[in-house]
Design a binder for this molecule. Structure first.
Ligand SMILES: *Cc1c(COP(=O)(O)O)cnc(C)c1O
Length: 463
């Protein structure tokens, strides 16, 4: 399989290069040259497979000969052995709702599904190429810990995660800083999340530095993350439908950067019988407004909500969908993102907007509605939703045959849960005892120079 850029500015590359490149060098996102099709017979045959076996089948056509089947199988098995549930992503019935629990990985959030795989994949590809990768990122919470757990202890990889000192939740901070592997570097910067992100951007913008030190990112634009996430749509569909290709299922997806729901769109394009994909957003509703109006317009600011992993201004994976909506017309994609850069908005015409409405439903859910959903689900069934999941469940009210994706364990968001129902969810083993663990973290001023100097020193010492 070859990979192209949504903006048409790169020569076709293979899967391994696409994974290592992350963002396309022309500023676009990487997409496969074609979307493999799954037949009704395959859907029937796959219905009895385990998550790991299914992952092997779903991923293989996107990877082709580049990774031998037995190697890919081993990578998948290793990646999901860290999950605490034998089904990896179990589907549970909760008072008439179907909840797809994606939070049984080591950091209790759905990002583990993709990042456990991506970490092993990076290690495998680097061993083959003899290269090194130094991951740099800033986090306001969940992504940093999932990325650290994805690559801890891996050969040829170092990871540097910046967080704003004292401004992330104590559990999230401990999840990251209690990882003591030598290749993990936690940096608390004396500033805000925006300061931390600004530093990362400026170091990535320093191209000589970036290439001399093999800097890379693990953000949600990496194609391998999308691919790994599409697997659980197939897995959930099989359990609802029993493998009957006539049976269509909808999914409600708590959405921020559009990675998760795009994985569902990919599954649908491959031939999975998906009825509707519901984009569930919080008050940061750029995507909901787009589905309603065809106008994708940046709001005046990012609102802080009870579902912080979805507090985004622009959805970084949206460009992939736009590419498919415009039938692969890269020139048009590029022109629209030019509009976006100059005016903060882009718009599709009426006929394309009708296709958007056929692909997605969307709803923006307020904090009050989120709390109300946690409360009503708990009182009717005793099941506790995390606030992100509650946004998705609320958005799917009244729909039939819908699977709601549960993106985090409720114990990670004790404050919101406490506000809703006056008690805390029991912690999964991965979160227990965290506060008593030994930690390692260094503190730096919130300047690019300070972080750059630290990186240079640490990387020279690590070689
Ligand atoms: C990252 C995240 C989301 C949003 O997923 P996207 O792929 O960015 O749309 C939702 N819920 C939780 C708990 C997350 O960590």
């Amino acid at each position: 399989m070859h990979y192209l850029s949504t903006r048409g500015g790169i020569a076709p590359i293979g899967f391994a290069d696409a994974v290592m490149m992350g963002l396309a060098t022309d500023g676009g996102l990487l997409i496969p040259a074609e979307i493999p099709e799954v037949t009704p017979d395959q859907l029937r045959a796959w219905a009895g497979l385990s998550f790991q076996e299914l992952a092997l089948e779903v991923m293989t056509p996107f990877i082709g000969e580049e990774i031998p089947r037995e190697d890919l199988r081993a990578l998948i098995d290793r990646s999901y052995a860290t999950f605490a549930h034998p089904q990896v992503t179990p589907l549970v019935e909760v008072g008439g709702n179907r909840i797809l629990e994606l939070f049984h990985g080591p950091t209790a959030a759905f990002k583990d599904v993709a990042l456990q795989f991506l970490g092993n994949l990076f290690e495998y590809l680097l061993a083959r190429s003899g290269g090194r990768l130094n991951i740099l990122g800033a986090t306001s919470g969940d992504t940093g810990s999932a990325a650290i757990y994805g690559v801890r202890g891996k050969e040829r990889i170092q990871i540097f995660i910046l967080h704003p000192k004292g401004r992330i939740s104590p559990i999230q901070e401990r999840q990251m800083t209690s990882v003591l592997d030598e290749n993990v570097h936690n940096i608390a910067v004396r500033g805000t999340f925006d300061d931390a992100q600004g530093i990362v951007k400026s170091l990535f913008g320093d191209l000589p530095f970036k290439s001399a030190y093999s800097l890379g990112a693990v953000n949600s634009i990496n194609w391998a993350r999308i691919l790994a996430q599409s697997v659980y749509y197939f897995h959930a569909w099989a359990r609802v439908s029993g493998g009957d290709p006539e049976r269509r299922v909808s999914f409600s997806v708590p959405t921020g950067n559009f990675g998760d729901v795009f994985a569902g769109y990919l599954a649908k394009r491959m031939g999975l019988p998906v009825e509707r994909l519901v984009i569930a957003t919080n008050r940061n509703d750029i995507l909901t407004r787009f589905v309603r109006t065809g106008d994708y317009a940046v709001g005046d600011r990012v609102y802080q909500t009870l579902s912080p992993a979805m507090d985004i201004q622009i959805a970084s994976n949206f460009e992939r969908y736009l590419y498919y909506l415009l039938d692969g017309d890269s020139d048009r994609v590029r022109a629209l993102f030019e509009d976006m850069r100059s005016s903060g908005r882009l718009e599709v015409d009426a006929s394309h907007h009708r296709r958007v409405e056929a692909d997605f439903a969307a709803a923006a859910v307020t904090d009050e509605e989120t709390l109300e959903q946690i409360r009503s689900t708990y009182s009717s069934s005793g099941y506790i939703l995390c606030p992100h999941t509650a946004v998705g469940v609320h958005a799917a009210r009244g729909m039939r045959d819908v699977v709601c994706l549960a993106t985090a364990h409720p114990a990670k968001f004790a404050e919101a849960v406490g506000e809703a129902i006056g008690l805390e969810a029991a912690q999964p083993p991965s979160l227990q005892g965290l506060m008593g663990k030994e930690c390692r973290c260094i503190e730096l001023d919130a300047t690019a120079e300070a972080v750059k100097g630290h990186l240079q020193g640490a990387l020279e010492a690590a070689v």
